[in-house]
Design a protein around this ligand. Sequence first.
Ligand code: COA
Ligand code: ZN
Length: 330
Amino acid sequence: MSGLVLPPAGQRIYVNDVVMRDGLQNEPVFVPTEDKVALADALSLSGLHKIEVTSFTSAKAIPALRDAEAVMHQIRRVPGVTYAALVLNTRGAERALECQVDEINLVVSASETHNLANTRMTRQQSRRSLREIVKMVEGKMAVNLSVATAFGCPMEGRVAADDVLAIADEFVALGVAGISLCDTTGMANPVQIQQLCAGLPQRWPNTELTLHIHNTRGLGLANVLAGLSAGITHFDASLAGLGGCPFAPGASGNICTEDLVHMLQSMGYETGVDLARLLTCASHIPRLVGHDVPGQVLKAGPWDHRHPVPADFEETRARALARDNPSSTA
Ligand code: COA
Ligand code: ZN
């Protein structure tokens, strides 16, 4: 790994939250529409760059998000926040258009096996279908193209960097607004992130480049540092650390939004996010999904949170000082 040269303090780093899509798609419970809307509305006021609100996929495949239209229609959109939704086929793009989504997030996997498991299409079929969607929505909605399993496939193992770059290059040439490189099942390590991402901001200077990292093996925030050192300034994360792809064995939570914001802010970066508001949002997640969540700052509090000193502090100090000067305690 070449030296980890991080951007200077004060650099703006953009945080996108994907809990409502990547998080909830993987939960066995159906979170009621009104709770989803309340969550989106609260997240909207926390200063996030982008919120991935839902996906326009098959209700049979992703029953947890079967209320996509209702959620999109009921949320209160805050100017300056981009409201995105995941789309895998033309039908999904039509539904997104009807809901006037700001941005659709198209997904194709770099791995053939994962692409077939996730979309029932070969990569070539997906690319053809996604090309048609890009043409179909041109001038109406922004498009982000996500390359899933960009850092490894749970079934195939290593994924060739050339395969990842070929897909992304094709869609950059078609004029998409953004590219996301996704570590769908948390297989990446910091060296690999640095190697794949080095030079990409220069290769695609007019394209918003995002890293979508999962913390499946505990390397999530280390991978963010590697991304920062490669010049990446946009990161996806999921509130409370929920997340995972139902069609990728072993997939678990994204990096946790509030933990990411906490790290970035404590390093002096500008996120525009109100961490206290985000923590309040995160505190509702265990109730919504019915289980404990991986987020750590939610449990420990931010680094600058001070605990009260022990009640017997003065007495303990007096005793300790007396050991240096036994005659004064008589
Ligand atoms: N919106 C709503 N329904 C859709 C749809 C969409 N975008 N695309 C397909 N469907 C419905 C079809 O109407 C059909 O319903 P029916 O069985 O009642 O007739 C059913 O889904 C199957 O459609 P088909 O065209 O045969 O697609 P498929 O079975 O090959 O499924 C996907 C392909 C991709 C549409 C489906 O598997 C899917 O939505 N998967 C979700 C993957 C996902 O979200 N992964 C995690 C995020 S990366
Ligand atoms: Zn994901």
